[in-house]
Design a protein around this ligand. Structure first.
Ligand code: SAH
Length: 279
């Protein structure tokens, strides 16, 4: 694909040699101010990605389109976000594929939603349940700030603990304080073979979710893991891991909806299915 010059309205990432990063939404006539002088947006509009520009104080910045990982770390937050290392793991371990129908909850700042939208592509669908109506507009602003407004995103102001309307879901991705409360609803909402992924900062949440999954009789291939990310610095002979790192974000739990007990369970039949095979 040929290089696409920057156009007005798109978001650009500026990087300086010291490792400082700024996101800027390009606007004709706009000016970015900082302690390193100012930069006119018009100097970027029409330029190719990778261009080096200097501020009024002669500080050089490289301008590129942000990767999804750059963008989510810089965008405004109204909640904790799922960090890129965990997003990557979720996409691969939950096997989120082009064309999949995914239900996510909650929306938060929209970091995980952005990644899910990209993974399912134009033929997939992402439905998000978010209980806080006031969180929805800023998260949508974050999502729209990354690119074209996606046509295949449906955000519903709903409490997922009360139930899930959708059925035949391919994937269910949860970042919630009490995810175990969703497990009974997940039984009816996921298609057999569908995958549920849970992101939980505390191991106590993981344990309770795991118990709910095992006790439901409808899930197998249950896995719990943690993704480590240890960046390195390469400065002259100081070639070593960076001294400070984010030591913990969250635990990831994955489970596969089994075909047994798929029939929309009455409390009695759920009881019958509660003897899962050893998996
Ligand atoms: N994964 C998101 C962050 C989610 S933070 C990101 O990467 O940006 C958790 C979100 O779940 C919050 O927005 C909170 O309002 C929402 N939430 C909490 N309980 C909920 C419930 N029962 N139903 C729907 N959303 C809920």
């Amino acid at each position: 694909m040929a290089a696409r010059p920057f156009v007005e309205g798109e978001t650009v990432l500026l990087l300086d040699r010291a490792g400082n990063r700024r996101l800027v939404r390009l606007r004709a006539g706009g000016r970015l101010h900082g302690h390193q002088g100012y930069l006119e947006h018009d100097r970027l509009i029409g330029e190719d990605e990778g261009v080096v520009v200097r501020t009024s104080s002669r500080v050089a910045y490289v301008a590129v389109r942000p990767r999804l990982a750059d963008y989510v770390l810089e965008m405004p937050r109204q909640s904790a976000i799922v960090y890129p290392k965990d997003v990557g793991m979720i996409l691969v371990w939950a096997d989120v594929y082009p064309g999949a129908t995914v239900l996510e909850s909650g929306l938060g700042s929209g970091a995980l939603t952005l990644a899910l939208l990209r993974a399912v592509g134009a033929n997939g669908q992402v439905v998000v349940y978010e209980s806080r109506g006031d969180f929805i507009p800023p998260a949508l602003q974050n999502i729209h700030g990354f690119g074209e407004p996606p046509a295949n995103l449906l955000i519903r102001e709903r409490d997922i603990y009360e139930g899930i309307d959708e059925t035949d879901l391919d994937r269910l991705v949860l970042d919630l304080p009490e995810p175990w409360r969703v497990v009974p609803h997940a039984l009816g909402a996921l298609r057999s073979g569908g995958i549920a992924a849970f992101y939980s900062p505390s191991i106590v949440q993981v344990q309770q979710t795991h118990e709910a999954l095992e006790g439901s009789g409808g899930f197998g291939q249950i896995e719990v893991l943690e993704a480590s990310y240890r960046p390195w610095q390469l400065k002259g002979r100081a070639v070593r891991p960076v001294q400070q790192m984010i030591a913990h974000t969250g635990f990831l739990t994955f489970a596969r909806r089994l075909a047994l007990g798929t029939s929309r369970a009455t409390p009695e039949s759920e009881g019958e299915a509660a003897a899962p095979p050893v998996l």
